[in-house]
Design a protein around this ligand. Structure first.
Ligand code: NDP
Ligand code: OXD
Length: 319
C-alpha cells in the first residue's frame, strides 16, 4: 500500500487564503509531494497530516495528528502556539522570519520613531480640532537616542536602519555582543545604563516569563523625562496601568503601540482614547503570503532532508 501524500494543514488567513498558500508552496517546494489543506477541511485524514502552518491554533488541536513532524508559525512570535497546554512536547516549532519581515519591521519602527520625534500625536490632535498652531520638532534624529530592546532577527534590523538615518542607537539583549554603529548592553545588570541613555525605547523582545510586563513603573522611571515608547514586541511586555500613569504624569512623552494583551484591542480600552498614544492594529511587519510560503517550503525541505531549519524555537531559552 502506498503511503498518502503528506499534508500541510493551514490555519492562517482563513479558508479563502488556502489557494494562495497552495500556489506559493507549489512554487517554492521543488516538486516535493505535498497537499495543502485548510484547517477545518472535514475530508482531511489526520494520519496524513505531517506539517501545520498556524496562527492561534485552538488548544488541543495539534495533539490530534499522530504523524505531525513540525509546527510552523505563520508569525515570528510563537506565544500563540505555546499557549496550547496540550502542545506535543517533542515537535519542532518554527518561527516565521523572512527578509520581508525584517525590512517591514525596520521601516515601521523608523516611521514610529520619526512620528514620535516630530510630535505627530500633537499634530493629529490639532487636526481633529482644526487648530492651526505652528511648531517645530525640537530635535533631529542625530540628537535622539534610540534604544532597541531585543537584538534578534528583527531588533537588529531596526537598530541598523535607525543608525543609517542618523539616530544615536543602542541595543539591549540577553547576551553581550559587538555590533558596528551602536552601543550594546546585555542582561539585567546593564539595563539601567541602557535605559538612562534612551529617548525612544523600542521593544522587540519575545514573550517569555522574563519579559512579561517588563515595561512597568520601575523600568519607565529609569528613562529620561519625556522619553517615548514603541511597543512592537507583544502586548504582554507592557504593564498598561503603569504606562498610562507615566504618560499622565508627563514622565513619558508619548507612545506608539502595535500589540496588546487582548487583540483586537477592545473598544473600551483606554489606549484608544489617550491623546499621547498612537494605536496600530498589530500591523508592524506582516510579510506577504508568498514570502511566508517561500519560508514554509524552505522549512519543510530542510526537515525532509534531515537538516535543522532556520528559526526553530528553542524550548530551553524560551524564544
Ligand atoms: P529573536 O528570537 O530573533 O530575538 C529575540 C531577542 O530578544 C534576542 O536579541 C534576545 O537576546 C533578546 N532577549 C530575549 N529574552 C531576553 C531577556 N530576558 N533580556 C534581554 N534580552 C532578551 O526574535 P525576533 O527578533 O525574530 O522577534 C522578536 C519579537 O517580535 C517576536 O517574538 C514577536 O513577539 C515580535 N514581532 C512582532 C511583530 C508585529 O507585527 N508587531 C512582527 C514580528 C515579530 P539574545 O540575542 O542575547 O539571545
Ligand atoms: C508576529 C508577526 O509575531 O506578525 O507578531 O510575525
Amino acid at each position: 500500500m502506498t503511503s498518502p501524500t503528506p499534508i500541510l494543514l493551514v490555519k492562517s488567513g482563513g479558508a479563502a487564503a488556502v489557494e494562495e498558500w497552495r500556489a506559493g508552496l507549489a512554487e517554492f517546494s521543488a516538486g516535493l509531494p505535498l497537499e495543502v489543506r485548510w484547517w477545518d477541511d472535514p475530508a482531511v485524514d489526520p494520519q496524513a497530516v505531517e506539517y501545520a502552518l498556524v496562527w492561534q491554533p485552538e488548544a488541543g488541536r495539534l495533539a490530534r495528528y499522530p504523524n505531525l513532524k513540525a509546527i510552523l508559525s505563520s508569525a515570528a512570535g510563537v506565544d500563540h502556539i505555546l499557549a496550547d497546554p496540550e502542545l506535543p512536547a517533542a515537535l519542532p516549532v518554527v518561527r516565521m522570519v523572512t527578509p520581508e519581515t525584517r525590512q517591514r519591521m525596520a521601516e515601521f519602527t523608523v516611521m514610529a520613531s520619526l512620528m514620535l520625534q516630530k510630535d505627530m500625536p500633537r499634530m493629529i490632535a490639532q487636526q481633529a480640532r482644526r487648530d492651526w498652531v505652528e511648531f517645530a520638532s525640537p530635535r533631529s534624529a542625530r540628537e535622539m537616542r534610540v534604544g532597541v530592546m531585543g537584538l534578534g532577527a528583527l531588533g537588529l534590523a531596526c537598530a541598523r536602519m535607525h543608525a543609517a538615518i542618523g539616530f544615536a542607537v543602542a541595543g539591549w539583549a540577553r547576551s553581550p555582543r559587538d555590533e558596528a554603529g551602536m552601543d550594546c548592553y546585555a542582561g539585567a545588570a546593564q539595563l539601567p545604563d541602557f535605559l538612562a541613555r534612551t529617548d525612544i525605547l523600542i521593544c522587540l523582545l519575545p514573550d517569555t516569563p522574563d519579559t512579561h510586563h517588563i515595561i512597568d513603573a520601575r523600568l519607565l522611571a529609569q528613562l529620561p523625562a519625556g522619553a517615548m515608547i514603541v511597543n512592537v514586541g507583544r502586548g504582554s511586555h507592557v504593564h498598561a496601568p503603569d504606562l498610562l500613569a507615566a504618560l499622565d504624569a508627563g514622565h513619558i512623552g508619548a507612545a506608539l503601540l502595535d500589540v496588546f494583551e487582548r487583540e483586537p484591542l477592545p473598544p473600551d480600552a483606554p489606549f484608544w482614547r489617550h491623546p499621547r498614544i498612537m494605536v496600530t492594529p498589530h500591523a508592524a511587519a506582516t510579510p506577504s503570503r508568498r514570502e511566508r510560503a517561500r519560508q514554509a517550503a524552505a522549512t519543510i525541505l530542510a526537515l525532509r532532508a534531515g537538516k535543522t531549519p532556520e528559526h526553530v524555537y528553542d524550548r530551553e531559552r524560551g524564544y
